[in-house]
Design a protein around this ligand. Structure first.
Ligand code: NAD
Length: 360
């Protein structure tokens, strides 16, 4: 297969971790007979320095012309970097908001998987960590409370703030279809998280997702209230496969799910639109505190590249090869500083990339 990818190395540790993901992708291509054309574009602080703009329209046009975007991370130290003296719409993060909007990315995927080798970093009870977990948090990204009408005004002499939560059935249906499609590539279970005992929007989610579920007879489908889900993630995370939810619930629950894995440097993510197009990036930020030291953990970005192969290109075997290579290096005991126990030997960012590429 011939793949066309836009690459945004970004700021901080971004270039270091993206280089390692490209190294691993190249190893996959060599082994399985694929080619990848990479075109680099700037976004974030580096684009501000070059063009005075966190994301130019030219860069957006290039991204749109590709099959997928692989992103490192953007931004700098928010206290000290001159980028944060600029108006909000000129700061690095404005580039991220612009690219998500321009590419119509409405579905955010964050896998939360507990590697047996890293279970000591899991903050849950040991018997829960022992059972492990492997779930896909799927959050709606462009609707709901964060995008509704909002205002604050005095009503009858009392300051009153209003935020509105709106979803239409089309917004729900398109992410539900993605959720069930993804479940078909996994353990074939979808849990819809909502607050249908209170919210009208949740009741519409239930109705539409139930309808979509009828087209996926192989997928087990159930529903859970969001307050119960917050508890179940801590008590019994092994029960979940695809966890489908709206924007605000997903914002909170996906951070909770990340936290129970215990290691930010391992967490990949994807944002998808209606087509096979996706933007793939690590869940963490640009880590300015460790940038340029070659000590960042590249695994989150490498696993994001695996997600790209699986969800944009349907190359499941190749994605498995990357995920298994990561499992192998961890089993062999290799660790970057962020996932090493006190006193344990560590490898550098580029060594970790090479070790994984060799095991693909
Ligand atoms: P951060 O995720 O960059 O760092 C938090 C902590 O995690 C730091 O101690 C960092 O060293 C560590 N860390 C993160 N990724 C790591 C990795 N791969 N390997 C080892 N350690 C890792 O969060 P922050 O410090 O709050 O933000 C720093 C900058 O990143 C800010 O400018 C923020 O706006 C930006 N940011 C960007 C994105 C993005 O590009 N999507 C996401 C979040 C934050």
């Amino acid at each position: 297969m011939n793949m066309d990818i836009a690459v945004i190395r970004g700021d901080g540790i971004g270039p270091e971790v993206v280089n390692e993901a490209m190294k691993v992708l190249d190893a996959v291509c060599a082994k399985y007979g694929h080619t990848i054309n990479y075109e680099h574009i700037l976004m974030g602080g580096c684009s501000i320095d070059a063009y005075g703009d966190p994301l130019t329209d030219e860069a957006v046009a290039i991204a749109k012309s590709k099959d997928a975007v692989l992103l490192g991370s953007i931004g700098g130290n928010t206290q000290t970097s001159p980028w944060y003296k600029l108006p909000p719409n000129k700061r690095p993060e404005a580039g991220l908001l612009k690219i998500r909007k321009e590419l119509g990315l409405f579905a955010n995927l964050r896998p939360a998987y507990l590697y047996p080798e890293l279970k000591d970093a899991c903050p849950l009870k040991s018997e829960v960590a022992e059972r492990g977990f492997d779930m896909m948090m799927m959050r709606e990204l462009t609707g709901g409370l964060y995008f509704g009408e909002r205002y604050t005004k005095e009503i009858d002499g009392v300051m009153t703030a209003v935020d509105t939560l709106t979803y239409n059935e089309n917004e729900i249906r398109r992410i539900a279809i993605k959720g069930f499609d993804i479940a078909m590539k996994r353990r074939k279970k979808v849990t819809l998280i909502d607050k249908a005992n209170v919210l009208d929007s949740s009741r519409l989610w239930r109705k539409v997702v139930e309808e979509v579920s009828k087209d996926y007879s192989e997928v087990e489908y159930d529903v859970m209230l969001v307050d119960n889900c917050a508890m179940q993630l801590v008590k019994d995370p092994a029960q979940f496969d695809v966890v489908l939810t709206e924007n605000m619930f997903g914002d909170i629950l996906s951070d909770e799910a990340s936290m129970i894995t215990g290691s930010i440097g391992m967490l990949s993510s994807a944002s998808l639109n209606e087509t096979k197009f996706g933007l793939y990036e690590p869940s963490g930020g640009s880590a300015p505190d460790i940038a340029g030291k070659n000590i960042a953990n590249p695994i989150a970005t490498i696993l994001s590249a695996a997600m790209m192969l699986r969800y944009t290109f349907d190359l499941d075997k190749e994605a498995d090869a990357i995920e298994n290579a990561v499992k192998t290096v961890l089993k062999e005991g290799y660790r970057t500083g962020d996932i090493a126990k006190a006193g344990e030997a560590t490898v550098k960012c580029d060594e970790m990339g090479t070790l994984i590429a060799q095991r693909v």
